[in-house]
Ligand binder design. Structure first.
Ligand SMILES: [Cu+2]
Length: 146
C-alpha cells in the first residue's frame, strides 16, 4: 500500500513537470512584388520546467511552410531547413530575419499590411496554438532568395 502511494506521488510529480509555451509578437512580412515567398517571425517563450519542440507551422495561405535557420558558411549566409526547433525550459527563442525564422512558400494569395493571417503552430508536447498574425511592412533587409 505504501509502495503504491509512493508510486502515485511520483507519477503526480512527473505530471507537474511540463512546458509552458507563450508566443509573443508574431509578424508576417508583407511580401515584395515578385517572389511568392515571405517570412514570419515571433518570440517563443517556455516558462515551464520541461523542454518542448516546435515541430510544424501551418497556414492555409501558402502551399508550404518551413522552419529555417540562417547559418554563415564560408562567409555566405544560407538557410537550412530545420525539422524542429527545441524550446528548452525557462528559455526564449527569437524567430527573426537571421537565426531561426518561418518561411511561407508559395503564397496562394497576396497578403498586405493590415491583413491578419491564421497560423497554427504545432508543439510536440503542448499541442497546437492558433495565432492571428498581422502582416507588417517590409523592413530594409536582404531577402535571401534560396
Ligand atoms: Cu528561410
Amino acid at each position: 500500500m505504501r509502495k503504491l502511494l509512493n508510486t502515485l506521488l511520483f507519477l503526480l510529480a512527473l505530471s507537474f513537470a511540463s512546458p509552458k509555451i507563450v508566443v509573443k509578437h508574431p509578424w508576417i512580412m508583407e511580401p515584395p512584388p515578385g517572389p511568392n515567398t515571405t517570412m514570419m517571425g515571433m518570440t517563443v517563450l517556455n516558462e515551464g520546467d520541461q523542454a518542448d519542440k516546435l515541430i510544424e507551422v501551418k497556414t492555409d495561405i501558402a502551399k508550404r511552410v518551413e522552419i529555417h535557420k540562417t547559418v554563415i558558411e564560408n562567409g555566405v549566409a544560407k538557410m537550412v531547413h530545420q525539422r524542429y526547433v527545441k524550446i528548452p525550459p525557462r528559455s526564449k527563442i527569437e524567430f527573426k530575419h537571421h537565426g531561426y525564422h518561418i518561411m511561407i512558400i508559395g503564397l496562394k494569395k497576396r497578403v498586405k499590411v493590415g491583413d491578419k493571417v491564421k497560423v497554427r503552430l504545432v508543439f510536440e508536447k503542448s499541442g497546437e496554438r492558433e495565432l492571428e498574425v498581422p502582416v507588417i511592412k517590409m523592413q530594409k533587409m536582404h531577402m535571401h532568395e534560396r
